[in-house]
Write a protein that binds this ligand. Sequence first.
Ligand code: ACO
Length: 310
Amino acid sequence: MGSKITGIGMFVPERVLTNQDLEKILDTSDEWITTRTGIKERHIADEWVKASDLALNASKEALDMAGIHPKDIDLVLVATSTPDMIFPSTACFLSDKLGCKNPMAFDFSAACSGFIYGLTIADSFIKSGKANNVLLVGSEVFSKIIDWSDRSTAVLFGDGAGAVVLSKSNDDSDILSTVMKSDGSHWQLLHCQVGEKLRMQGRETFKLAIKSMEQVCNKALAKAGITKEDIKLIIPHQANVRIIDALAEKLEVDRDKVYVNIQKYGNTSAASIPIAMYEAYKEGKINRGDYILLTAFGAGLTWGAIVLKF
Ligand code: ACO
Protein backbone atom coordinates (compact mmCIF):
# COMPACT_ATOMS: atom_id res chain seq x y z
CA MET A 1 0.00 0.00 0.00
CA GLY A 2 1.30 3.44 -0.89
CA SER A 3 0.21 7.03 -1.36
CA LYS A 4 -0.40 8.85 -4.63
CA ILE A 5 -0.54 12.56 -5.22
CA THR A 6 -3.96 12.89 -6.84
CA GLY A 7 -4.45 16.65 -6.87
CA ILE A 8 -2.56 19.91 -6.54
CA GLY A 9 -3.63 23.56 -6.22
CA MET A 10 -2.33 26.98 -5.29
CA PHE A 11 -3.57 30.41 -4.39
CA VAL A 12 -1.97 33.81 -3.83
CA PRO A 13 -3.71 37.05 -2.82
CA GLU A 14 -4.41 39.48 -5.64
CA ARG A 15 -2.42 42.43 -4.25
CA VAL A 16 1.13 42.63 -5.64
CA LEU A 17 3.91 44.50 -3.84
CA THR A 18 6.81 45.24 -6.19
CA ASN A 19 10.40 46.14 -5.34
CA GLN A 20 9.59 49.65 -6.59
CA ASP A 21 6.75 49.85 -4.05
CA LEU A 22 9.25 48.87 -1.31
CA GLU A 23 11.68 51.57 -2.46
CA LYS A 24 9.02 54.09 -1.35
CA ILE A 25 8.80 52.82 2.24
CA LEU A 26 12.31 51.47 2.95
CA ASP A 27 15.95 52.42 2.34
CA THR A 28 16.32 49.78 -0.38
CA SER A 29 16.40 49.43 -4.17
CA ASP A 30 15.08 47.14 -6.86
CA GLU A 31 18.71 46.60 -7.87
CA TRP A 32 19.74 45.39 -4.37
CA ILE A 33 16.72 43.11 -3.92
CA THR A 34 17.03 41.61 -7.43
CA THR A 35 20.75 40.93 -7.32
CA ARG A 36 20.89 39.75 -3.68
CA THR A 37 17.70 37.63 -3.70
CA GLY A 38 16.18 37.23 -7.20
CA ILE A 39 12.84 38.61 -5.96
CA LYS A 40 10.97 41.17 -8.11
CA GLU A 41 7.54 41.10 -6.45
CA ARG A 42 5.43 39.29 -3.85
CA HIS A 43 1.71 38.94 -3.10
CA ILE A 44 0.34 40.41 0.11
CA ALA A 45 -2.96 39.49 1.76
CA ASP A 46 -5.44 42.13 2.91
CA GLU A 47 -5.48 42.72 6.65
CA TRP A 48 -8.58 40.59 7.29
CA VAL A 49 -7.40 37.59 5.20
CA LYS A 50 -6.12 34.62 7.18
CA ALA A 51 -4.04 31.55 6.38
CA SER A 52 -7.20 29.39 6.27
CA ASP A 53 -8.69 31.68 3.57
CA LEU A 54 -5.68 31.22 1.27
CA ALA A 55 -5.64 27.49 2.13
CA LEU A 56 -9.32 27.17 1.21
CA ASN A 57 -8.79 28.35 -2.38
CA ALA A 58 -5.69 26.20 -2.92
CA SER A 59 -7.47 23.17 -1.41
CA LYS A 60 -10.57 23.53 -3.60
CA GLU A 61 -8.38 23.36 -6.72
CA ALA A 62 -6.43 20.33 -5.43
CA LEU A 63 -9.65 18.51 -4.47
CA ASP A 64 -11.21 19.27 -7.88
CA MET A 65 -8.17 17.84 -9.67
CA ALA A 66 -8.22 14.76 -7.43
CA GLY A 67 -11.96 14.35 -7.98
CA ILE A 68 -12.37 13.90 -4.22
CA HIS A 69 -15.24 15.36 -2.18
CA PRO A 70 -14.24 17.18 1.04
CA LYS A 71 -16.39 14.65 2.98
CA ASP A 72 -13.97 11.89 1.89
CA ILE A 73 -10.91 13.61 3.39
CA ASP A 74 -10.03 11.89 6.66
CA LEU A 75 -6.92 13.92 7.56
CA VAL A 76 -6.38 17.67 7.11
CA LEU A 77 -2.81 18.84 7.72
CA VAL A 78 -1.79 22.48 7.63
CA ALA A 79 1.88 23.48 7.65
CA THR A 80 2.01 27.07 8.81
CA SER A 81 4.02 29.48 10.96
CA THR A 82 1.28 32.10 10.63
CA PRO A 83 -1.87 30.32 11.85
CA ASP A 84 -5.28 32.05 12.08
CA MET A 85 -5.12 31.74 15.88
CA ILE A 86 -2.92 29.99 18.45
CA PHE A 87 -5.92 27.66 18.76
CA PRO A 88 -8.15 26.33 17.24
CA SER A 89 -5.88 25.07 14.51
CA THR A 90 -5.98 26.51 11.00
CA ALA A 91 -6.68 22.93 9.88
CA CYS A 92 -9.94 22.97 11.88
CA PHE A 93 -10.99 26.28 10.32
CA LEU A 94 -10.08 24.95 6.88
CA SER A 95 -11.96 21.68 7.25
CA ASP A 96 -15.05 23.60 8.40
CA LYS A 97 -14.84 26.03 5.46
CA LEU A 98 -14.46 23.13 3.03
CA GLY A 99 -17.35 21.14 4.53
CA CYS A 100 -15.25 18.14 5.57
CA LYS A 101 -16.93 15.58 7.84
CA ASN A 102 -15.10 15.42 11.18
CA PRO A 103 -11.64 14.56 9.82
CA MET A 104 -8.57 14.37 12.03
CA ALA A 105 -7.17 17.89 11.61
CA PHE A 106 -4.09 19.59 12.96
CA ASP A 107 -1.42 22.19 12.22
CA PHE A 108 2.27 21.69 12.58
CA SER A 109 5.20 24.07 12.45
CA ALA A 110 8.45 23.38 10.62
CA ALA A 111 8.74 26.86 9.07
CA CYS A 112 9.96 26.73 5.46
CA SER A 113 10.40 22.93 5.67
CA GLY A 114 6.72 22.52 6.59
CA PHE A 115 5.49 21.13 3.30
CA ILE A 116 8.10 18.39 3.00
CA TYR A 117 7.68 17.48 6.68
CA GLY A 118 3.97 17.28 5.86
CA LEU A 119 4.45 14.96 2.89
CA THR A 120 6.35 12.64 5.23
CA ILE A 121 3.54 12.72 7.81
CA ALA A 122 0.81 12.23 5.18
CA ASP A 123 2.63 9.32 3.55
CA SER A 124 3.14 7.64 6.95
CA PHE A 125 -0.57 7.96 7.85
CA ILE A 126 -1.57 6.39 4.54
CA LYS A 127 1.02 3.60 4.63
CA SER A 128 0.02 2.66 8.18
CA GLY A 129 -3.65 2.41 7.13
CA LYS A 130 -4.72 5.30 9.40
CA ALA A 131 -5.92 7.56 6.55
CA ASN A 132 -7.19 7.07 3.00
CA ASN A 133 -7.30 10.64 1.70
CA VAL A 134 -5.10 13.37 3.14
CA LEU A 135 -5.33 17.08 2.34
CA LEU A 136 -1.95 18.70 2.98
CA VAL A 137 -1.67 22.49 2.74
CA GLY A 138 1.21 24.91 3.24
CA SER A 139 -0.38 28.29 3.90
CA GLU A 140 1.32 31.46 5.08
CA VAL A 141 0.58 35.13 5.70
CA PHE A 142 4.09 36.23 6.63
CA SER A 143 3.07 39.83 5.88
CA LYS A 144 1.48 39.78 9.37
CA ILE A 145 4.71 38.90 11.22
CA ILE A 146 7.12 41.04 9.18
CA ASP A 147 8.64 44.15 10.69
CA TRP A 148 7.94 46.49 7.79
CA SER A 149 10.64 48.88 9.01
CA ASP A 150 13.39 46.19 8.80
CA ARG A 151 14.76 46.23 5.24
CA SER A 152 16.83 43.08 5.83
CA THR A 153 13.70 40.90 6.17
CA ALA A 154 10.73 42.92 4.83
CA VAL A 155 11.81 42.53 1.20
CA LEU A 156 12.09 38.73 1.39
CA PHE A 157 8.66 37.30 2.14
CA GLY A 158 5.25 36.97 0.51
CA ASP A 159 1.86 35.36 1.23
CA GLY A 160 0.36 32.30 -0.45
CA ALA A 161 -0.86 28.73 -0.17
CA GLY A 162 -0.23 25.43 -1.97
CA ALA A 163 -2.18 22.21 -1.44
CA VAL A 164 -1.97 18.56 -2.42
CA VAL A 165 -4.29 15.61 -1.98
CA LEU A 166 -2.64 12.29 -1.23
CA SER A 167 -4.72 9.15 -1.59
CA LYS A 168 -4.25 5.49 -0.75
CA SER A 169 -3.17 3.35 -3.68
CA ASN A 170 -2.50 -0.33 -4.14
CA ASP A 171 0.68 0.51 -6.07
CA ASP A 172 4.00 1.51 -4.56
CA SER A 173 4.11 4.91 -2.88
CA ASP A 174 4.85 8.02 -4.93
CA ILE A 175 7.04 9.12 -2.02
CA LEU A 176 10.24 7.13 -2.66
CA SER A 177 12.41 8.50 0.12
CA THR A 178 12.36 11.17 2.78
CA VAL A 179 15.17 12.61 4.89
CA MET A 180 14.04 15.12 7.54
CA LYS A 181 16.34 16.89 10.01
CA SER A 182 16.32 19.54 12.73
CA ASP A 183 18.74 21.35 15.02
CA GLY A 184 17.20 23.56 17.70
CA SER A 185 20.56 24.88 18.88
CA HIS A 186 20.55 27.49 16.09
CA TRP A 187 17.05 28.81 16.85
CA GLN A 188 18.30 32.40 17.20
CA LEU A 189 19.24 32.59 13.51
CA LEU A 190 15.61 32.80 12.48
CA HIS A 191 12.73 33.16 14.90
CA CYS A 192 9.49 34.91 15.76
CA GLN A 193 8.49 35.11 19.40
CA VAL A 194 4.77 35.00 20.26
CA GLY A 195 3.25 38.43 19.62
CA GLU A 196 6.46 39.78 18.12
CA LYS A 197 7.94 40.10 14.61
CA LEU A 198 10.26 37.88 12.57
CA ARG A 199 14.01 38.24 13.12
CA MET A 200 16.75 36.70 10.98
CA GLN A 201 20.53 36.62 10.80
CA GLY A 202 20.62 36.28 7.04
CA ARG A 203 24.28 35.65 6.29
CA GLU A 204 24.71 32.72 8.73
CA THR A 205 21.37 31.20 7.67
CA PHE A 206 22.44 31.46 4.02
CA LYS A 207 25.57 29.36 4.48
CA LEU A 208 23.87 26.67 6.55
CA ALA A 209 20.98 26.44 4.05
CA ILE A 210 23.25 25.48 1.15
CA LYS A 211 25.31 22.93 3.08
CA SER A 212 22.30 21.31 4.77
CA MET A 213 20.20 20.98 1.62
CA GLU A 214 23.10 19.53 -0.35
CA GLN A 215 23.61 16.81 2.28
CA VAL A 216 19.97 15.74 2.51
CA CYS A 217 19.50 15.80 -1.29
CA ASN A 218 22.35 13.33 -1.71
CA LYS A 219 21.00 11.18 1.15
CA ALA A 220 17.46 11.16 -0.27
CA LEU A 221 18.74 10.14 -3.72
CA ALA A 222 20.83 7.31 -2.24
CA LYS A 223 17.89 6.13 -0.12
CA ALA A 224 15.59 6.10 -3.18
CA GLY A 225 18.22 4.14 -5.12
CA ILE A 226 18.29 6.60 -8.01
CA THR A 227 20.80 9.15 -9.29
CA LYS A 228 20.49 12.85 -10.01
CA GLU A 229 20.45 11.97 -13.73
CA ASP A 230 17.10 10.19 -13.17
CA ILE A 231 15.60 13.36 -11.69
CA LYS A 232 13.52 15.46 -14.09
CA LEU A 233 13.38 18.54 -11.89
CA ILE A 234 14.69 19.71 -8.53
CA ILE A 235 12.18 21.89 -6.72
CA PRO A 236 13.89 23.70 -3.84
CA HIS A 237 12.33 25.99 -1.26
CA GLN A 238 12.35 29.51 -2.72
CA ALA A 239 14.23 31.67 -0.18
CA ASN A 240 16.98 33.21 -2.28
CA VAL A 241 18.02 32.58 -5.90
CA ARG A 242 21.68 32.67 -4.83
CA ILE A 243 21.04 29.77 -2.44
CA ILE A 244 19.37 27.87 -5.30
CA ASP A 245 22.26 28.61 -7.70
CA ALA A 246 24.84 27.50 -5.12
CA LEU A 247 22.86 24.31 -4.42
CA ALA A 248 22.76 23.47 -8.15
CA GLU A 249 26.50 24.00 -8.32
CA LYS A 250 27.19 21.82 -5.26
CA LEU A 251 24.94 19.05 -6.58
CA GLU A 252 26.59 19.40 -10.01
CA VAL A 253 23.30 19.64 -11.89
CA ASP A 254 22.37 21.94 -14.77
CA ARG A 255 20.76 25.10 -13.52
CA ASP A 256 17.78 24.55 -15.86
CA LYS A 257 17.05 21.34 -13.96
CA VAL A 258 16.26 23.45 -10.89
CA TYR A 259 12.93 25.24 -10.69
CA VAL A 260 12.77 28.90 -9.72
CA ASN A 261 9.72 31.16 -9.35
CA ILE A 262 10.94 33.31 -6.44
CA GLN A 263 10.87 36.40 -8.68
CA LYS A 264 7.03 36.39 -8.54
CA TYR A 265 6.30 35.38 -4.94
CA GLY A 266 9.33 35.91 -2.69
CA ASN A 267 9.67 33.43 0.15
CA THR A 268 6.22 32.02 0.98
CA SER A 269 7.70 29.64 3.58
CA ALA A 270 5.67 26.40 3.86
CA ALA A 271 3.72 27.32 0.70
CA SER A 272 6.74 27.77 -1.55
CA ILE A 273 7.34 24.14 -2.61
CA PRO A 274 3.69 23.25 -3.43
CA ILE A 275 3.31 26.55 -5.32
CA ALA A 276 6.49 25.78 -7.30
CA MET A 277 5.38 22.18 -7.92
CA TYR A 278 2.01 23.43 -9.17
CA GLU A 279 3.58 25.93 -11.57
CA ALA A 280 6.19 23.46 -12.82
CA TYR A 281 3.34 21.04 -13.60
CA LYS A 282 1.19 23.67 -15.32
CA GLU A 283 4.20 24.82 -17.38
CA GLY A 284 4.82 21.22 -18.53
CA LYS A 285 8.21 21.06 -16.79
CA ILE A 286 7.07 17.94 -14.90
CA ASN A 287 4.64 15.28 -15.97
CA ARG A 288 2.92 12.47 -14.10
CA GLY A 289 5.47 9.70 -13.50
CA ASP A 290 8.55 11.94 -13.47
CA TYR A 291 11.01 11.69 -10.60
CA ILE A 292 11.40 14.96 -8.74
CA LEU A 293 13.56 16.03 -5.83
CA LEU A 294 12.15 18.45 -3.25
CA THR A 295 14.34 20.14 -0.68
CA ALA A 296 13.83 22.82 1.96
CA PHE A 297 15.57 24.62 4.78
CA GLY A 298 14.09 26.90 7.40
CA ALA A 299 13.69 28.06 10.96
CA GLY A 300 14.19 25.51 13.69
CA LEU A 301 16.50 24.87 12.16
CA THR A 302 14.64 22.33 10.05
CA TRP A 303 15.60 20.90 6.69
CA GLY A 304 15.01 17.88 4.51
CA ALA A 305 14.64 16.35 1.06
CA ILE A 306 12.16 14.04 -0.63
CA VAL A 307 12.40 12.01 -3.83
CA LEU A 308 8.99 11.44 -5.32
CA LYS A 309 7.37 10.10 -8.45
CA PHE A 310 5.00 12.88 -9.38
N1 ACO B 1 18.26 46.85 0.71
C1 ACO B 1 19.51 47.38 0.68
N2 ACO B 1 20.51 46.99 1.47
C2 ACO B 1 20.25 45.97 2.33
C3 ACO B 1 19.00 45.37 2.40
C4 ACO B 1 17.98 45.84 1.56
N3 ACO B 1 16.72 45.32 1.55
N4 ACO B 1 19.04 44.39 3.35
C5 ACO B 1 20.30 44.39 3.84
N5 ACO B 1 21.02 45.35 3.22
C6 ACO B 1 22.43 45.70 3.46
C7 ACO B 1 22.91 45.35 4.85
O1 ACO B 1 22.59 46.38 5.75
C8 ACO B 1 24.39 45.20 4.63
O2 ACO B 1 24.96 46.48 4.59
P1 ACO B 1 26.40 46.73 5.30
O3 ACO B 1 27.36 45.87 4.52
O4 ACO B 1 26.58 48.18 5.14
O5 ACO B 1 26.25 46.28 6.73
C9 ACO B 1 24.48 44.64 3.22
O6 ACO B 1 23.23 44.91 2.58
C10 ACO B 1 24.73 43.14 3.18
O7 ACO B 1 23.83 42.52 4.09
P2 ACO B 1 23.83 40.96 4.27
O8 ACO B 1 22.77 40.59 5.29
O9 ACO B 1 25.20 40.45 4.49
O10 ACO B 1 23.35 40.54 2.80
P3 ACO B 1 23.31 39.12 2.16
O11 ACO B 1 24.03 39.18 0.90
O12 ACO B 1 23.64 38.04 3.15
O13 ACO B 1 21.75 38.97 1.81
C11 ACO B 1 19.79 37.85 2.64
C12 ACO B 1 20.77 38.98 2.84
C13 ACO B 1 19.06 38.10 1.35
C14 ACO B 1 18.80 37.86 3.80
C15 ACO B 1 20.55 36.51 2.59
O14 ACO B 1 21.46 36.44 3.64
C16 ACO B 1 19.64 35.28 2.67
O15 ACO B 1 18.91 34.98 1.74
N6 ACO B 1 19.71 34.51 3.76
C17 ACO B 1 19.04 33.21 3.89
C18 ACO B 1 17.55 33.29 4.02
C19 ACO B 1 16.98 31.91 4.26
O16 ACO B 1 17.31 30.93 3.61
N7 ACO B 1 16.11 31.77 5.27
C20 ACO B 1 15.59 30.44 5.61
C21 ACO B 1 14.22 30.23 5.18
S1 ACO B 1 13.07 31.39 5.82
C22 ACO B 1 12.10 30.59 7.08
O17 ACO B 1 12.32 29.49 7.50
C23 ACO B 1 10.93 31.40 7.66
